[in-house]
Design a protein around this ligand. Structure first.
Ligand SMILES: C[S@@+](CC[C@H](N)C(=O)[O-])C[C@H]1O[C@@H](n2cnc3c(N)ncnc32)[C@H](O)[C@@H]1O
Length: 186
């Protein structure tokens, strides 16, 4: 998990990212691999309910603290492995949001299937990824940031991996300066 200073500089408008991928007020949303809750808080402000899921209990505690400080009560926090979504949250959801994590998933088709099974019919899955640019070129506050160059995925690679899990692409958006968002439907 990156430290907050440059993360805040990179994401000055997390609510705008969420609106861009289609999170809406009436939705129940899973923030998958939620980390310290940077996006979770904004989802809580925008949507009906958010479930933050992460394998790292310490980061989830930071997220819990962040949301409590903002008086957000429409949220749950679940420690666990993203491959086991339906066991971790056995209620169909309208939206699964996954930011800055897909490049590190060893079995992406398995993850996509897990998301598929967690979604209600016509539910949406958004993957927000770093563009496949050399790390040296993705500079924030004067330093190269983000995953190693060789881990980064193009939109086409992301689409192929997610569609292998039986989800269908509906659109790709730009998330400047260094990201894209791919949105899929069950
Ligand atoms: C770079 S952080 C991104 C956090 C957050 N999505 C954001 O964009 O601010 C990646 C997160 O994925 C989590 N993670 C890694 N493998 C996981 C797994 N198998 N299941 C659930 N979470 C996982 C890590 O603990 C970490 O919090």
């Amino acid at each position: 998990m990156p430290n907050a200073g440059w993360w805040e500089a990179l994401w000055p408008d997390p609510a705008g990212v969420l609106a861009g991928v289609g999170v809406k007020p009436n939705m129940t949303v899973i923030d998958l691999c939620s980390g310290d809750g940077w996006f979770t808080l904004q989802i809580a402000k925008l949507a009906r309910h958010v479930v933050a899921i992460d394998i790292d209990a310490n980061l989830l505690e930071v997220a819990r603290h962040r949301l409590r400080e903002s008086n957000a009560t429409n949220c749950d926090f679940v420690v666990g492995d993203a491959y086991e979504l339906t066991r971790l949250w056995p209620h169909p959801v309208d939206f699964v949001f996954l930011a800055n994590a897909f490049h590190g998933v060893p079995d992406r088709e398995r993850l996509a299937r897990s998301v598929h099974d967690a979604l209600a019919p016509a539910g949406l899955f958004a993957v927000v990824n770093w563009h496949q640019r050399p790390r040296e070129q993705t500079r924030i506050l004067g330093e190269p940031r983000g995953p190693r160059t060789e881990l980064r995925m193009s939109p086409d690679q992301t689409i192929e991996a997610v569609e292998a899990g039986a989800l269908k692409l509906i659109r790709v958006i730009e998330v400047p300066p260094y990201h894209y968002g791919a949105v899929f439907e069950r």
